[in-house]
Design a protein around this ligand. Structure first.
Ligand code: PLP
Length: 394
C-alpha cells in the first residue's frame, strides 16, 4: 500500500535557505522595521500607457476564451518585429516565437521536453534556481558551470570534462545574469555557438534583463551570434523590462525544432496567456519600437544603483557597479560565510539580503541585494549597515 508521503522529487526543490530567511524575517519583523532587498520582484507598476492598453483590452467581450498555448499571431508577429528592431534578428512568427506564462513557465518545462534521465544539462553556478530545479523535475542530471570573478563570471567551456560533454544535451545561460549581474559580449556568444555545434548541445539563453541596463549599455541577444539560431533558443520576459511581473507573460524565440518539444509539453498542461495581457504586451513592444514613450526602467534602476553604491562606499563597502539587472552582487567582508553574514545582518539591521550560496556552491562569499526600493530607502539600508559595525569587526 502506498504511504502518504509527498514525492521524492520535492527534495530537490527550492533551496532551504530561502525558507529559513523568510522565517527569520518574520521573527525580526516583530521588533524592527524590515527592509527587504531579497526577492527580485519589481516594485513599480507598468507605465500608464500600458495600464491603459490593458484596461481597454479587458473590456472586449471576445478576450475571455481560452487563448491557446502558442500565443496570438498578432503577439508573435510583434515579438518578431521587435527582435528585428532591437537586435536585427529575423524570426518567423509562425514557428520561431511561442508565448509563455512567464519565462519561468518555459524554463520549468524545457527539460521535460528535451532531457531524459541519462542526460546532463549544463547550468550556471551560481544560477537562477529554476534552472537546476527543472532538471531535477525532469529526472535528468544538472552539471554546474562555475561563474567566477576571475573569468568575468563567464563559464569556462574548456573546463567541462569529456565524459560530461558526451552526455550533455542542453546548456542554460543567462546574461545579463541573475544573481551575479555580469554581462556577456557577442564574441562570447559566438564562442558558445561554436562549442554547441562541436558537441551537439542545445543552448537556451535567458535574456530576462535585456531592457534593464545602464550607462547606455544595450545587452545583446544570443540569437545575434552567427549561427545561433541553428543551435539555440532565447527566453525573454515582460516582467522586468516593463514591470509586468504579475501579468505572467514572456516568450521563447529561436530554433523552431528546439521550441517544438517545449510547445508540446505546454499544450498538454496550459491554455496560454490571457489575451488582454497579450494585447498589453504588444503595446509595450510597439511603443518601445516607435520610441513614443521612453521605457523608464533602466533610468529608474540606474539611479538606485548609483545612490546605493555611493552610500555603501561611504560606510566602507566598495562594490563594482553592475552594467545591468536589478541586483547588486557583493563580496561579504572577510571572516564571514554568506549565510552567517546575511543572517547576522538581518538580526542587527532588519535588512534582508540573499546569501550567494542559495544560488549554488560558487555563490559562497557573496550576497545578492535587489534594487527594489526607492533611493531614500536604499540610503537608509547603507546607514544601518554602517552603524551595525558588521563591515569592520572581523
Ligand atoms: C525574474 C527572472 C525570470 C522570471 O521571469 P518571468 O517571466 O516573470 O517568469 C527568469 N529568469 C531570470 C534570470 C529572472 O531573474
Amino acid at each position: 500500500m502506498a504511504t502518504r508521503q509527498p514525492s521524492k522529487r520535492l527534495a530537490h526543490l527550492s533551496s532551504a535557505i530561502f525558507t529559513e530567511m523568510a522565517q527569520r524575517k518574520q521573527a525580526v519583523a516583530k521588533e524592527k522595521q524590515v527592509i527587504d532587498l531579497g526577492i527580485g520582484s519589481p516594485d513599480q507598476p507598468p507605465p500608464p500607457h500600458l495600464l491603459a492598453a490593458l484596461v481597454e483590452a479587458v473590456q472586449k467581450p471576445t478576450v475571455y476564451g481560452y487563448p491557446g498555448s502558442e500565443g496570438s499571431l498578432a503577439f508573435r508577429e510583434e515579438v518578431a518585429k521587435w527582435y528585428q528592431y532591437r537586435f536585427s534578428v529575423e524570426l518567423d512568427p509562425a514557428t520561431e516565437v511561442h508565448s509563455l506564462m512567464g519565462s519561468q513557465d518555459g524554463l520549468a518545462h524545457l527539460a521535460l521536453g528535451w532531457a531524459d534521465p541519462d542526460d546532463v544539462v549544463l547550468v550556471p553556478d551560481p544560477g537562477y534556481p529554476i534552472y537546476a530545479a527543472s532538471i531535477h523535475l525532469a529526472g535528468a542530471e544538472a552539471y554546474p558551470l562555475p561563474l567566477r570573478a576571475e573569468n568575468n563570471f563567464l563559464p569556462d567551456l574548456t573546463a567541462i570534462p569529456e565524459h560530461i560533454l558526451q552526455r550533455a544535451k542542453l546548456m542554460i545561460l543567462n546574461y545579463p545574469n541573475n544573481p551575479v549581474s555580469a554581462v556577456a559580449t557577442l564574441d562570447f556568444f559566438a564562442d558558445v555557438v561554436q562549442f554547441a555545434r562541436a558537441h551537439d548541445i542545445i543552448v537556451a539563453h535567458d535574456l530576462a534583463y535585456s531592457e534593464m541596463a545602464f550607462d547606455g549599455y544595450r545587452p545583446p541577444s544570443f540569437l545575434q551570434a552567427p549561427g545561433a539560431k541553428e543551435v539555440g533558443i532565447e527566453f525573454n520576459s515582460f516582467s522586468k523590462s516593463f514591470n509586468m511581473a504579475g501579468c505572467r507573460i514572456a516568450y521563447v524565440a529561436g530554433n523552431a525544432e528546439i521550441i517544438k518539444p517545449l510547445a508540446v509539453i505546454k499544450s498538454n498542461i496550459d491554455y496560454g496567456v490571457f489575451e488582454a495581457v497579450q494585447t498589453m504586451a504588444i503595446a509595450a513592444l510597439q511603443n518601445d519600437r516607435s520610441g513614443a514613450v521612453v521605457n523608464p526602467t533602466s533610468a529608474l534602476y540606474q539611479e538606485r544603483r548609483d545612490v546605493f553604491l555611493q552610500a555603501l562606499a561611504a560606510v566602507g563597502w566598495q562594490i563594482d557597479p553592475p552594467k545591468a539587472t536589478m541586483f547588486i552582487w557583493a563580496k561579504v567582508p572577510q571572516g564571514w560565510t554568506s549565510r552567517e553574514f546575511a543572517f547576522e545582518l538581518l538580526e542587527r539591521t532588519g535588512v534582508v539580503v540573499i546569501p550567494g550560496s542559495a544560488f549554488g556552491q560558487e555563490g559562497e562569499g557573496y550576497v545578492r541585494m535587489a534594487l527594489v526600493k526607492e533611493p531614500d530607502v536604499l540610503q537608509e539600508v547603507a546607514k544601518r549597515i554602517g552603524d551595525s559595525g558588521i563591515l569592520t569587526e572581523r
